[in-house]
Design a protein around this ligand. Structure first.
Ligand code: S3P
Length: 438
């Protein structure tokens, strides 16, 4: 894998138009889950289209360190499931989740229920992200877990025999919290249910059903009988809508352009970015729609359009949660004001994404101001060039690199290396589209 440099410079290419098909790599959320669920299933789970990024490879390594054999044949991974009770203690009891909140919070659900001790930790960013959101429900289920005084990782788990039932009212719409509770729930001796304030992505529910687990989703409540086991399946990971979002915004903003994204996962709990762009005036349509393993897939066609500012409806926040950095760039280049509120969760991601984007956009001359739970962006001014800091956050880095195409001078982006965590071939797709990033 080619390493991505920590400093990248994005230069405007004059008169660029694009008319192309783009295949972005596999969905990150589904890739993580394929390794974890495959690892605790009975039998061999075949995974094609797995996202070979830093985050997902860390989760794969975590499962391998607990005795799950994972081999690769051609482009397919074979996860030799050891069954729910077949995991072994990892070497020296430690699991490194790197930069990945999903990896850590989902693995925590499994580790909390094991008959061995373990510790999960991550990099500086991950070790500063909030973990009481998962330790609280896990403790309610009888897990023995210790976070730091600040409620952060490393998380230390002590062995337990099994977990108990829970009916949890989650204060946040978070698929990571929901998935953690459901995974722990597989080891519970009773009924497990969780209600969330808004629907977060539901890949765990879809995939558990695929692995033969019975669960019901009723509005915002998911309920499952504990103790069920998983049967191996074949998984085809569709393309990641979150990675495509950078190029969706590019296609909207460039004149006379069209990009068609092949085989995109358009699960309605993930398409907030499309709904928001459409409200801003984007021309986006679906073709070749199908459903595979409970996930809606389509080719998505995005054409040039004149974007305008909007008040972002709260109903789309959870389903666009990872796409706000690039949506802020769209808003900065759109006509009129965009206002986002009720998006406090953006401050809890790989960086504080409200402040990181605000700081960079200010440098580029964008008229914007921060709110405690969002941002107001007055779009329409031409972007200046300048030096911005991606703060080791992959999505901040990619957003400012796309912005470089629309700035009067080059944009230098520092601390970009973590693009590898979610989108290792981002730069080669950029150059294939004619963008100039050096
Ligand atoms: C993810 C859930 C989201 C998202 C993350 C992936 C998942 O986090 O931001 O990139 O795969 O479950 P939250 O559940 O914390 O919102």
């Amino acid at each position: 894998m080619v390493k991505i440099k920590n400093k990248l410079v994005s230069h405007r290419v004059n008169d660029l138009t694009i008319n192309q098909f783009v295949s972005v790599p596999g969905d990150k959320s589904i890739s993580h889950r394929s390794m974890i669920l495959g690892g605790i299933a009975d039998g061999i789970t075949k995974v094609s289209g797995f996202l070979e990024s830093g985050d997902c490879l860390a989760t794969m390594k975590a499962m391998q360190s607990m005795g799950v054999e994972i081999t690769k044949e051609n482009d397919e991974y074979l996860v030799h499931g050891v069954g729910k009770h077949g995991l072994k203690a990892p070497e020296n009891g430690q699991i490194d989740c790197g930069n990945s909140g999903t990896g850590m919070r989902l693995l925590a659900g499994v580790l909390a229920a094991q008959r061995f001790d373990s510790t999960v930790f991550g990099d500086v960013s991950l070790n500063s992200r909030p973990m009481t959101r998962i330790t609280k429900p896990l403790e309610m289920m009888g897990a023995k877990v210790k976070a730091t005084e600040n409620g952060t990782a490393p998380l230390k788990f002590s062995a337990v025999e099994n977990l108990t039932s829970i009916d949890y009212d989650s204060p946040i719409a978070s698929a990571q919290v929901k998935s953690c509770v459901l995974l722990a729930g597989l080891y519970s001796d009773g009924e497990v249910s969780l209600t969330e304030p808004k629907l977060s992505r539901d890949h765990t529910e879809n995939m558990l059903r695929g692995f033969g687990v019975e669960l019901t989703s009723n509005n915002l409540k998911v309920t499952m009988q504990g103790g069920q086991s998983l049967k191996a399946i074949d998984i085809i990971v569709p393309a990641d809508i979150s990675s495509s979002a950078f190029f969706m915004v590019l296609a909207c903003l460039l004149p006379n352009s069209q990009i068609t994204f092949k085989n995109l996962c358009v699960n309605p709990s993930r398409t907030g970015v499309i709904s928001i762009l459409q409200l801003m005036g984007a021309d986006i349509s679906f073709t070749n729609e199908t459903t595979t393993a409970g996930e809606k897939i389509a080719d998505v066609v995005v054409r040039s359009s004149n974007l305008h500012g909007i008040e972002v409806p709260h109903q789309y926040i959870a389903s666009a949660i990872d796409e706000f950095p690039i949506l802020f760039i769209a808003a900065a280049l759109a006509k009129g004001e965009t206002r986002l509120t009720n998006a406090m969760e953006l401050r809890k991601k790989e960086s504080d994404r409200i402040t990181a984007m605000y700081d960079g956009m200010k440098t580029l001359g964008v008229d914007c101001h921060e709110l405690e739970d969002g941002i107001v962006i007055k779009g329409g001014l031409k972007l200046k060039g300048g030096q911005v800091d991606a703060e080791d956050d992959h999505r901040i880095a990619m957003s400012f690199l796309i912005a470089g195409q629309f700035a009067s001078d080059s944009i230098e982006v520092d601390n970009c290396e973590n693009i590898m965590t979610s989108f290792p071939n981002f730069l080669s797709i950029c150059s294939g589209l004619g963008l100039n990033i050096s």
